[in-house]
Design a protein. Structure first.
Length: 260
């Protein structure tokens, strides 16, 4: 971790609140709330958050992963996340039961979200102890139902001002209300001095790619891997948002009012 990276971690810890709530209206004028928390890998509140959204996460991720595997079935043996589906491909792609593939992916996602990483040994936990995690939960103001969530992180490998988006998910029934953009823009209300956001996306996920492009994201053609969070770049692309090039999310963030 170089000096600039160390300064970024220190800056966040000194200047960012631990929790907060925003109020806003969607594109249809309906009121919603966003509740956010700053946490770490060993925190019990992170485990509780993951448990609360595992069903939604599995639903959204499974749809995207099935879409990807239909076009790139070879990836089932290339990624640890997809390997549990391998037996379903043994008779060839033409014989695959895609409903069972989706069910297996949902199960794998739920297992990931329900696993308490704090229970793992030092070999797993130690490299992650300096990571700072944030999660934002978007709720219906009347019913308190969870409609979507955002999870992002700041790690020692990131240069000052860089933020990694781990997962942005919204209930499919709630699309076309501008809620995804409200979630993503909340970062600029939570964290100061943001210079760049980036997120990993399946190249087959045209919905998300088009959505991010509309907000001002572009594909990062020269990505730098975080040594503690490596991914298979043969199966993913990185979309990045640079504040020097776009103000779309910053403008949307102005619609978020701090709830007192």
């Amino acid at each position: 971790m170089n000096k600039q990276q160390s300064q970024w971690i220190t800056f966040i810890k000194k200047t960012t609140l631990k929790t907060g709530t925003f109020e806003a209206k969607d594109s249809q004028g309906q009121s919603i709330i966003l509740e956010w928390t700053q946490t770490d890998i060993q925190s019990s509140d992170l485990a509780a958050f993951k448990k609360s959204i595992c069903d939604l996460a599995s639903q959204v991720l499974a749809a995207s992963e099935v879409q990807f595997l239909r076009i790139h079935p070879e990836a089932v043996s290339q990624e640890m996340f997809l390997q549990p589906c391998t037996p379903l491909f043994e008779q060839g792609v033409q014989s695959v039961n895609w409903q069972k593939v989706e069910e297996q992916i949902k199960s794998t996602v739920k297992q990931f979200y329900l696993t308490d990483l704090s229970a793992f040994g030092d070999e797993v936990i130690k490299p992650l102890l300096n990571d700072i995690y944030f999660y934002v939960v978007l709720k219906n103001r009347v019913s308190n139902e969870i409609l979507g969530f955002l999870m992002f992180a700041i790690t020692p490998a990131l240069e000052f001002g860089n933020i990694k988006i781990i997962h942005l998910a919204l209930m499919p029934s709630e699309q076309d209300r501008g809620l995804e953009k409200l979630l993503m823009s909340s970062i600029f209300k939570i964290v100061q001095e943001v210079k760049r956001l980036f997120i990993y996306v399946r190249p087959t996920n045209e919905w998300d790619i088009n959505m991010y492009n509309a907000w001002g994201f572009h594909q990062d053609l020269n990505p730098i891997q975080d040594p503690n969070h490596k991914v298979n770049m043969d199966c993913l692309i990185i979309m990045e948002y640079k504040t020097e090039l776009s103000k779309s999310l910053q403008e949307t963030a102005k619609a978020l009012d701090v709830k007192k």
